[in-house]
Design a protein around this ligand. Structure first.
Ligand SMILES: [Mn+2]
Length: 316
């Protein structure tokens, strides 16, 4: 019997590293009761995560499919909880614990362990669990955990960032011996922004989540970049074309692509059709111009982009 620790589909750095860190904690501290804890990923890692793995000489966890699971294996979910973001085909009965910082959307038939915090990064939660259990991550893991916090909180600039994230980041920076946090953040932003190897379709599927808003399947992809202007002038038409394809492929009812400039602190939404224009204008105000809606300083999909869209769809 194994216990797999896994993050969400379309894994980001927070989700991959939190799974690695939590698995290490389970392996080293027996009180959690998980024998043979092992981190796994549900889909291929993104460019930012692979940059960080190379930089610190670590390798990403192995890919796991639901068919790899034995019937007595257990699964711990980290950095997600909703069914639409879980490993495809995973039986809810194998999930024994969830560690997360997203809105809960759960319905289990049996009691399970839940650790939910309103902090800005799952790695902040995992580090606090480590501290409670007197476990100190090694320098490489601490570097990755720090990077994950900086990435998920957009260098502490996101509204999701809390004092706890900063406190933990500073402790991890000391273990990692990383002194210049600003330079490190910029390095991560550049890796995050590099979409040169991706097709427009891959960009639309690079960092997306599908939400179920009262029966409407809404796909929200987010591209965090330091070159919003260039992307919009060079790739807008191609991205809109790719959005049509991806929406059909993933059977979404509605699709939004958020182009977020993490230095300027601004998000522009790409709007595919009349129906999504109506929803977006109701959600954020303003006017869609040439299939783009400027929604201002909103950086966080979780707190500033998805909730207004949900409200616009579910309230009159
Ligand atoms: Mn996260």
């Amino acid at each position: 019997m194994k216990t797999y620790v896994i993050g969400h589909l379309k894994p980001d750095t927070d989700s991959v590293v939190a799974a690695m860190a939590l698995a290490q904690l389970y392996q080293n501290v027996s009180c959690f009761g998980y024998s043979n804890a092992e981190a796994a990923i549900t889909e291929k890692i993104n460019g930012e995560t692979s940059f960080l793995m190379n930089k610190f000489g670590l390798s990403a966890p192995a890919l796991l499919a639901a068919s790899d699971l034995a019937s007595d294996d257990q699964v711990v979910l980290v950095d997600h909880n909703e069914e639409s973001q879980r490993l495809v085909g995973l039986s809810p009965n194998q999930i024994v614990e969830i560690v997360d910082h997203h809105k809960a959307n759960l319905n289990f038939e049996q009691p399970i362990y839940l650790t939910f915090k309103t902090w800005g990064s799952s790695n902040t939660i995992v580090y606090s669990l480590m501290k409670e259990n007197d476990f100190v991550p090694d320098q490489k893991l601490a570097s990755l955990m720090l990077a994950a916090i900086l990435s998920d909180t957009v260098g502490f600039k996101s509204v999701t960032c809390t004092p706890k994230d900063k406190e933990v980041a500073l402790e991890l920076a000391a273990i990692a011996q990383i002194k210049d946090l600003e330079a490190f953040t910029l390095e991560i932003f550049k890796a995050k922004s590099d979409v040169s190897k991706l097709s427009t379709e891959e960009i639309v599927k690079n960092d997306y989540k599908i939400f179920d808003f009262a029966g409407t399947k809404v796909m929200i992809d987010q591209l965090e970049t330091v070159e919003q202007d260039i992307i919009l002038s060079d790739k807008k038409t191609a991205l809109l074309e790719a959005m049509v394809k991806v929406k059909t492929e993933l059977k979404a009812d509605m699709i939004f692509v958020a182009i977020t400039d993490i230095l300027k602190v601004n998000t522009k939404l790409l709007i595919l059709d009349e129906a999504s224009a109506k929803v977006a204008q109701k959600a954020f105000g303003g006017e869609v111009i040439e299939q783009v809606l400027d929604i201002g300083a909103a950086l966080s999909r979780k707190k500033e982009i998805a909730p207004p869209i949900e409200r616009a769809l579910t309230r009159d």
